[in-house]
Design a binder for this molecule. Structure first.
Ligand code: HEM
Length: 458
């Protein structure tokens, strides 16, 4: 006997349309996960989606012998901007394997470490900005962290210093927001409305993103250098398996994908600042570790692996912030077999082609795994305690073949920037009672979290 998958009551004909706020889908899903637990479903206009919000079921869905990434909804919409790029390619598209084999060597831990000095340089520019603020100035840390992310990605992977930490915001930040918000909203609107009313916004954002990438390529062609970075690789390397090179358009696709993918990282750091303000004991422990490891001298690449408490803090932030809020899964089709798919040893049953979404806001706070799941405890993300956790609660970078290709870059960025902020800046929350509320599209970020900053007092 299978157990029916819980579903909010909904309304006749329209189903659960009012259970999801399309301006803040992930917050609605978090709320539903809190109410319904490990699995729930919604039906909108006869279309059913299943959501998995428990650690054990998430781990089951990460079994690549049975399930795979579902490329549908917003991911298909964003193909308007990036076509068959790494993030958006369908399973049967050879372009995924070609691009993956070309790009992956540029994003290994060693390749990422080779950009350490550039990362420090950008981070120091941000710190100079924040240390120089009038201590009474209110600002939203996320705004500047977004700038830092674009600056760091462009400098480390594409060799271009944008100088965008000060002055007007770089247009690519608005373009990413517009393109990803459109991609999330389009599947829920009538096609005619998308085309007539919202088409020009999507087109304009796509043009801005692709122009940005094309400019980087043009700049490199006009100023050849011996820098063998990701841009060089995209423009020159061939796939070791097929000998194929990327076309000019594919080079642009993959360049655009990188800042969009990495835009999750500043959301996590903004959440870290908030969590540390709410947990001063953790801040003291992190500072003690950084002071012991780095001391008064320069921060070096060798220090990164020695910051165990900071690593725990970053993982605990990824767990609680769910900066990348989830990912889509479908059963691997079995030709000629349309029998239902059983989950949890037969407890639940879904159709053979059911789209499922893993909601990390539920999975990462599963009370079956975590004691006091809402508490911020970096220690549980360190050493043996971390190793012992089930695989299902460590999926902040996605899963398997389609796991985040930028995870080592992201890790370096998160550890270095967080450690430097903790080491050098004192933050104060403008509203000491601020409670985390998030919104977002392909990532989630704290809404209107404001702080004040001053140089660290020792
Ligand atoms: C905290 C930072 C980050 C988090 C939490 C994160 C999370 C994720 C997740 C969950 C996926 C899987 C998406 C899916 O299954 O549909 C993914 C894929 C991807 N990410 Fe990240 N990401 C981060 C940073 C980055 C960075 C820095 C880059 C680029 C340098 C990047 C580029 C990508 C790309 C290209 C993919 C698609 C990979 C493929 O399908 O082959 N991400 N990321």
């Amino acid at each position: 006997m299978t157990t029916p998958i819980p579903q909010p009551p909904g309304v006749p004909l329209l189903g659960n349309i009012f259970d999801i706020d399309t301006n803040n889908t992930w917050w609605s899903l978090k709320t539903l996960a809190e109410k319904y637990g490990e699995i729930f479903q919604i039906k909108v206009l006869g279309h059913r989606i299943v959501f998995v919000a428990g650690a054990a079921l998430a781990e089951e869905l990460c079994d690549e012998k049975r399930f795979r990434k579902y490329v549908g909804g917003p991911i298909v919409e964003i193909r308007y901007a990036v076509h068959d790029s790494l993030f958006t390619a369908f399973h049967d598209e050879a372009s995924w394997g070609i691009a993956h084999r070309i790009i992956a060597p540029q994003l290994t831990p060693a390749a990422v470490a080779s950009h350490f000095d550039d990362l420090i340089r950008c981070t120091d520019e941000l710190l100079t900005k924040w240390r120089g603020l009038d201590p009474e100035t209110r600002f939203r840390p996320l705004d500047d962290l977004n700038r830092l992310n674009v600056e760091a990605i462009t400098l480390t992977l594409f060799g271009k210093h944008l100088n965008s930490l000060n002055g007007p915001e770089h247009p690519i930040i608005r373009a990413m927001e517009d393109a990803t918000s459109e991609a999330m909203k389009r599947p829920n609107r009538p096609k005619l409305l998308n085309w007539l009313v919202h088409g020009s916004k999507f087109k304009k954002a796509t043009k801005a993103l692709r122009d940005f990438a094309a400019e980087l390529v043009k700049d490199r062609k006009e100023n050849p250098s011996d820098r063998q970075d990701l841009l060089w690789t995209l423009m020159n390397a061939t796939d070791p398996e097929t000998g194929t090179a990327l076309t000019d358009s594919q080079v642009i696709d993959e360049i655009v994908t990188m800042p969009i993918g990495s835009s999750t990282a500043p959301c996590a750091i903004a959440a870290s600042i908030l969590l540390l303000l709410q947990n001063p004991d953790a801040l003291v422990k992190a500072r003690d570790e950084i002071d012991a490891v780095v001391g008064d001298g320069p921060f070096t690449q060798e220090h990164v692996a020695q910051l165990h408490y900071v690593a725990g803090l970053v993982r605990e932030t990824l767990r609680l912030s769910c900066a990348a809020p989830g990912f889509n899964i479908e059963p691997i089709p079995k030709p000629g077999d349309e029998s239902p798919v059983l989950l949890a040893g037969g407890k639940y049953q879904v159709p053979h082609n059911q789209t499922m979404i893993i909601v990390l806001a539920g999975v990462n706070r599963d009370p079956a795994v975590f004691e006091e799941p809402l508490a911020f405890r970096p220690e549980r993300m360190m050493g043996d305690s971390f190793e012992r956790l089930p695989a299902g609660v460590k999926k902040w970078f996605g899963n398997g073949k389609r796991e985040c290709i930028g995870k080592h870059w992201a890790w370096e960025f998160l550890v270095v920037v967080t450690a430097k902020l903790i080491r050098e800046v004192d933050f104060e929350a403008v509203d000491p009672d601020y409670k985390l509320k998030q919104d977002g599209w392909f990532n989630v970020r704290p809404i209107d979290f404001q702080a004040r900053a001053k140089p660290r007092s020792r």
